[in-house]
Design a protein around this ligand. Structure first.
Ligand code: SAH
Length: 221
């Protein structure tokens, strides 16, 4: 069974192996410390704790997954978070990515479309005493305008395009990381840097495989 040290080593290795695509041979020490300090085993189903430190995604129910640790670390790294930042996350899921963000930013706002997943994540945030996380049920296509603007926005489900509301809610100079592409086909992780006047700067980071960003909440009952 793998432990946290294996997980960190796997992240370092995969970062190196993909550096020719991402342009980053190492991730920032702050991101790696956050990856070390958030207990991933608390964010997976109790029956799966033996797989918690494998560098792969795992099912979290409702057809959704907790993302692969390397991808969580890479996306976080590309946000270039400062300690004073307010970050918006779309797709709370297990809350694992949210917890990583909360160690790096001043405030994290996270939206989840499946109510039960949001409630479970909020329970975890309370139990683990993460105090700068604000979570609610909502549709990520609309963002969270009341708390905007954000220094960074991360979308953890694949969208066919960058939702306009998210660009509107990003500060000029802010960074948005999002997987774009076909729901179950080719997807690319994209970094968008917002400019005062368009066009915004778009860079491709890596090919990825995410669950889709849905337009309408699915009914699970
Ligand atoms: N960041 C999560 C990854 C969860 S998978 C983690 O670390 O565990 C992506 C999540 O996005 C799923 O929970 C899914 O329900 C949610 N999602 C999909 N479409 C959404 C939408 N339109 N608005 C908000 N959340 C959405």
């Amino acid at each position: 069974m793998k432990n946290i040290h294996h997980m960190l080593e796997d992240i370092r290795q995969e970062t190196l192996l993909t550096a020719f695509l991402t342009g980053r041979k190492t991730l920032s020490p702050e991101v790696m410390e956050a990856m070390r300090d958030v207990p991933r085993e608390q964010f997976v189903d109790p029956g799966m704790t033996c797989l918690a430190f494998d560098n792969g995604p795992l099912p979290i129910g409702y057809g959704q997954t907790i993302s692969q640790p390397f991808i969580v670390a890479l996306m976080t790294d590309f946000l270039d978070i400062k300690p004073t930042d307010a970050i918006l996350e779309i797709g709370t899921g297990s809350g694992y990515q949210t917890a990583i963000l909360s160690l790096l930013a001043a405030r994290v706002y996270t939206l989840e479309v499946i109510e039960d997943l949001s409630l479970e994540a909020v329970d975890r945030f309370k139990r683990l005493a993460y105090q700068n996380i604000h979570a609610k049920v909502g549709n990520g296509y609309d963002g969270w305008p009341e708390q905007a603007p954000y220094d960074g926005i991360i979308v953890t489900a694949a969208a066919p395009y960058v939702p306009d509301a998210l660009i509107d809610q990003l500060k000029v100079g802010g960074r948005l990381v999002i997987p774009l592409g076909h729901p179950f086909g080719h997807q690319e992780l994209i970094l968008l840097e917002k400019r005062a006047k368009g066009p915004h700067k778009i860079s491709k980071i890596l090919d990825v495989a995410f669950v889709p960003l849905v337009d309408q909440p699915k009914k699970w009952h």
